[in-house]
Design a protein around this ligand. Structure first.
Ligand code: 28F
Length: 638
């Protein structure tokens, strides 16, 4: 057996210090140590497989959640090189797993991870944050193995056999002393891998969950249609205008791939990716796309006399109404900006995408006149609706010059005048609203009870939303308008808190409101002003013990254990209405003791996706989603 032992030189010591830094401040490298950070470990490893696929050598990736939350990831790429690294005197493979990569989140000029060509980034971080890691490499006719404990090598790379195959396999157990939870969520991983498969056409990805013998799960993804399959998936429950997605691509300095399909809905759904990373906040690629399509459709409409000389140009929003699109670009040194570092900043990308769209879409429309006509009809009717809405709004404004100071009748406002100190609880139903009004601290907490049937946001244009009886109080209470008129500086409350029951109906109203905020008050979410209140699920009481409120089943199990199980009275709260005002204050509204979840853009996007299916035309997926929704209540952090 050959064995490559390492010498402890200065570089080696630096290595250990590097991984120690990762263990000391894990959040700096993977965002958080919550469930979300845990899932990030898997993505880091799978990213390395995807890089090998992008390099043209890997076609299959196999991910397994083994019993005990051990993760196994295997690819059929070339295998990480096993030769001795000239600088560190240890194998290249061990270097990849023990040296904090210079291209990592905080290294280099780019200031952020570069995927698509930089192998091994992130592997050392996963290693540092795992109780143990084992890596098996097939390459150069042999099978090699190496092992680690909390980032420290316990077995250097060793040849353990012969093999004609090539590839890399990694197994690891995340460190339970670092992460809040080690429990992986299959659906979350599955969703991400489906996305990766869409973005890399032809790549096979298999994910299996073997944790529960009774409930073994397996999903396989491979999409020959790539982005076309992606938009078809996103539009699966919608009525389409162009049956086949429009697909345009261009290789070059910045490879660009775009798929577009119009639906009869009124919303716009544009998903953008840079190096397979979802750029939730958009950026220069999105900007280029918007400019490109606006120019192409206006030019076409003028050229074909659909817009007459006297007509004004179509606006971007008219052209994007009902559009579902996925944009994927590969950028060598991406600059990520924005609150969540998911906004592409590279300014040269705007022009590249814009001209690519103009060059590719112009001939497409000329060659497919019936598609062009159907889309433009939709754009024209959107622009008419926009004009009508503007006129209606102006009329309302003139009629009621006090509009901005008129507050909804059911709002119980607070006395504090400094908006940043104020909170508004949006509460479904009058009875819960009543308890909240009595239980609140009226100095800084306002209560807005909602009533009436909720509007289908997806199928309504902005003018209808303005007049909807259920949403109007929300718009007035927040006080900053909606859509293009929304002005974050005018918000009347620093915290907008959705308080709903911890059941399926509660999840429903939460989804509706989040979708509404996402679509019509997006800066409110981007700015971190939206929260979800977390009411308790149970109250435990027993003679000689203080009452305890439990917010999860796990918490209840823990407290039951502590209280000795016998003679414990368990009260299950089915709704907020079951709590008296004092209890509601104590458990859900008192800033000193309450638990609240700050809504992220990702949460809102997820709500939006769920909402689309909830409001779709087919019953099947709707039921499935409502069932999943029940879980979504608990799983917002993932
Ligand atoms: C289950 C996780 O990590 N797969 C990987 C490769 C392939 C190469 C590589 C990786 C070279 C010098 C760093 C092979 N042959 N799966 C994986 N597959 N890393 S990670 O190279 C690493 C760099 O140091 C590879 C030729 N070039 C690259």
């Amino acid at each position: 057996m050959e064995k490559y032992n390492h010498e402890y030189n200065a570089e080696q010591i630096q290595v250990l210090e590097g991984l120690e830094a990762v263990r000391k401040r894990p959040g700096m490298y993977i965002g958080s140590v919550s469930s979300r950070g845990l899932h990030h470990l898997v993505y880091e490893i799978v990213d390395n497989c995807v890089d090998e696929a992008l390099a043209g050598y890997c076609t299959h990736i196999h991910i397994i959640i083994e019993k005990g939350n051990i993760i196994s990831v295997e690819d059929d790429g070339r295998g990480i090189p096993v030769d001795i690294h000239p600088k560190t005197h240890i194998s290249a493979a061990e270097t990849v797993y023990t040296v904090l990569h210079a291209g990592g989140k905080f290294g280099g000029d780019s200031g952020y991870k570069v995927s698509g060509g930089l192998h091994g980034v992130g592997a050392s971080v996963v290693n540092a944050l795992s109780e143990w890691t084992e890596v098996t490499i097939q390459r150069d006719g042999g099978i090699y193995e190496m092992k680690f404990n909390r980032g420290k090598t316990t077995e250097s790379l060793t040849k353990i056999g012969e093999s004609k195959k090539t590839g890399t396999k990694v197994r690891f157990l995340a460190d339970g002393t670092i992460f809040e939870t080690l429990e992986y969520d299959f659906d979350t991983l599955e969703e991400r891998f489906r996305e990766i498969a869409f973005l890399n056409k032809g790549l096979h990805i298999v994910i299996e969950d073997l944790r529960d013998d009774e409930n073994i799960k397996k999903s396989e993804f491979c999409f020959e249609g790539g982005l076309n399959s992606f938009v078809e998936y996103l539009n699966q429950n919608k009525e389409k205008i162009n049956q086949k997605p429009i697909y345009i691509e261009k290789d070059g300095e910045v490879p660009v791939e775009i798929a577009i399909q119009y639906t009869t809905a009124y919303s716009e759904n544009i998903y953008t990716f840079v190096n397979n990373i979802n750029t939730i906040e958009g950026g220069t690629h999105l900007e280029g796309f918007k400019r490109g399509i606006t120019k192409v459709f206006n030019d076409y409409a003028r050229g074909h006399n659909i817009l007459k000389e006297k007509d004004a140009n179509l606006q971007g929003e008219d052209i994007r109404e009902g559009m579902t699109a996925v944009i994927s670009v590969k950028v060598k040194e991406p600059q990520f900006e924005g609150q969540t570092k998911t906004k592409l900043g590279n300014s040269n990308v705007t022009g590249i995408v814009q001209s690519m769209v103009v060059e590719a879409l112009t001939p497409f429309l000329e060659e497919n006149p019936s598609v062009a006509k159907a889309i433009l009809e939709k754009c024209i009717s959107a622009s008419r609706a926009r004009e009508a809405a503007r006129k209606a709004r102006e009329l309302v404004r003139r009629k009621n010059s006090l509009e901005s100071t008129t507050l909804p009748g059911k709002l119980a406002d607070c006395s504090e005048k400094d908006a940043s100190q104020c909170e508004v609880y949006i509460v479904e139903g009058d009875s819960a609203g009543g308890s909240a009004k009595q239980g609140r601290d009226r100095r800084f907490q306002a209560i807005l009870p909602l009533w009436g049937k909720m509007l289908n946001v997806e199928k309504s244009r902005a003018d209808k939303i303005y007049n909807n009886e259920k949403l109007q109080p929300v718009i007035l209470a927040v006080g900053a308008g909606i859509g293009a008129d929304f002005d974050i500086n005018k918000i009347r409350y620093g915290k907008v808190i959705i308080m709903a029951d911890a059941d399926v109906d509660g999840a429903h109203i939460r989804t509706l409101l989040l979708t509404f905020f996402f679509r019509y008050m997006r800066p409110l979410i981007e700015n971190g002003n939206v929260y979800l209140a977390q009411p308790p699920l149970y109250k435990l009481s027993k003679k000689g013990f203080k009452d305890v409120y439990c917010y999860t089943d796990e918490e209840m199990a823990k407290h039951l254990e502590e209280m000795g199980r016998d003679n414990v009275n368990i009260q299950r709260y089915k709704g907020l209405g079951e709590m008296n005002p004092e209890q509601l204050w104590e458990t859900t509204m008192d800033p000193k003791t309450r638990i609240m979840i700050k809504v992220t853009m990702e949460d809102a996007m997820k709500a939006d996706a769920i909402f689309n299916v909830l409001m779709g035309d087919e019953i099947g997926p709707r039921r499935e989603f409502i069932e999943k929704n029940a879980k979504y209540v608990k799983n917002l952090d993932v």
